[in-house]
Design a protein around this ligand. Sequence first.
Ligand code: NAD
Length: 357
Amino acid sequence: MRILLSGGAGFIGSAVLRHLIQHTQAEVANVDKLTYAGNLESVASVSDSPRYHFYQVDICDSAALDQVFAAFKPTHVMHLAAESHVDRSIDGPADFIETNIVGTYTLLEAARRFWSTLDDEGRSAFRFHHISTDEVYGDLEGTGDLFTETTPYAPSSPYSASKASSDHLVRAWHRTYGLPTLITNCSNNYGPFHFPEKMIPHMILNALGGKPLPVYGDGAQIRDWLYVEDHARALVKVANEGQVGETYNIGGHNEKKNIDVVRALCALLEELAPAEKPAGVTRYEDLITFVKDRPGHDVRYAIDAGKIQRELGWVPQESFETGIRKTVQWYLDNPAWWQRVLSGDYRLGRLGESNVS
Ligand code: NAD
């Protein structure tokens, strides 16, 4: 397999990349613009592999994408590059429209141009796998329902609306042009190398710094959490074994209220990091502060992952309890990674690292 992986310097993309290099024989081209969310230090453990290639390219840049397709000749595209932070999408939606919608369109067209040059065998083996979110389905508040692959789309935020648009484009490129596409919609991920603006790492690092732990509203919002390495295994399975034209929901059956997640993190820090507790803090939990809720905040997301389990035999390996323990331990063991993110030093020395000018 020759996999063109967009967004491989991000949180989930880097987990996919590490998995592909460490556990398969695939050649991987990491196509990433390196926005604030891209961090090559997250793939440092595999970047010496001769099977790893890096292209610093914006997925909105059609000509640069054509060069990458021509040079790398992928058999698979796994498309993860996106603007991914809901709060940023509320403050400034433009980048979300540009990367998530225009960027997906531009990548689809570059893939289609390349795909049309392949022989029959190459065309039928080619896959374009689009990675998306359960947030496209909207809010399950007040119901006991789960999101299935046929749940109607009802996105609430600029982020989820832009991802919904990109999903529709991918389906249309399959139906109209016959491009062999697959879509996956996954619940909230957590784990190592998660950028500290997201809730779980933000809470861990604020607690270790003796800063308030800001919980939106009353903290009763429910998310369905999945350990990132379980997601990475699911994605590689879908790219390899999924049925063209199909959608697969991915989730861990771990519905938790936000406040319970924060309390679980505090309890783990009490157990694993008693010595790191900042002066003046009696219990990590005392740092919890309730703040004004996010506008349009969805109350509940929950995934029915039955289809991928039945059809492809994927099941998560981590429970929430084992995964969250590993995650807290990882942040305790890897201060160099997150200190360089917090200081901004991870962005140094980025230019000149690309194979494409
Ligand atoms: P992330 O923000 O950590 O990483 C995004 C990556 O994309 C970064 O490396 C960034 O540099 C790159 N990128 C952004 N704009 C680009 C552009 N124009 N051109 C090229 N590269 C660009 O995101 P993530 O959390 O790893 O999410 C990856 C994908 O998975 C996204 O499509 C997201 O919608 C989806 N997803 C995320 C979650 C989650 O919980 N994080 C859950 C379900 C689905």
